[in-house]
Design a protein around this ligand. Structure first.
Ligand code: GDP
Ligand code: MG
Length: 163
């Protein structure tokens, strides 16, 4: 029996970069510039031999009366409903932002288990954000570099109980 992992978090924290690494191909579009249309996608993934379904979330496409925040919230809630566990990414280099806090509040109030992940933690530049993220009330962060493929063993260990 496979399980489903959702990758959530504010724009630009590296969700699609992690998604691409886990699925092993360039299905999700990674952009340096925020505000680009991106759809939610799911695909079969494997992490050091552990297999699961992974969902990437975006939600930057705003149409009609929808707000960016409303759309992101809707996408996140849909992904959480389908997932057995969620990876909540923050950007260790940027540190915590009000939008991270906003997401964290939403996540603390729902029932899907959440693994806190501090991305962009290659080198020392990510330490500050990683330490700050202890304060989110979502447990100990796992330092990761989705771009450089660092921290994947610890991520595997965190996901195993849900497999
Ligand atoms: P998303 O909006 O959360 O899906 O973020 P993206 O995956 O599109 O990445 C946003 C930016 O962060 C891109 O410029 C990525 O190359 C960069 N990025 C992603 N992961 C890492 C990482 O581990 N380290 C660093 N330094 N940059 C990263
Ligand atoms: Mg993305």
């Amino acid at each position: 029996m496979s399980f489903t992992v959702a990758i959530i978090g504010r724009p630009n924290v590296g969700k699609s970069t992690l998604f691409n690494r886990l699925i092993g191909r360039k299905l999700a579009i990674v952009h340096d510039m925020p505000g680009v249309t991106r759809d939610r996608r799911s695909a079969p993934a494997s992490l050091l031999g552990l297999e699961f379904e992974v969902i990437d979330t975006a939600g930057l496409e705003v149409s009609g009366p929808e707000t960016l925040e409303g759309r992101m919230r809707q996408q996140t809630e849909r992904a959480l409903a389908e997932a057995d566990v969620a990876l909540f990414l923050i950007d260790g280099r940027a540190g915590l932002t009000p939008m991270d806090e906003h997401f964290a509040q939403l996540l603390r109030r729902q029932k899907t288990p959440v693994i806190l992940v501090a991305n962009k933690c290659e080198g020392k530049a990510g330490d500050q954000g990683m330490y700050e993220s202890y304060g989110l009330g979502l447990g100990d962060p796992i330092p990761l570099s989705a771009e450089h493929g660092l921290g994947l063993g610890d991520l595997l260990a965190a996901l195993l109980p849900y497999s």
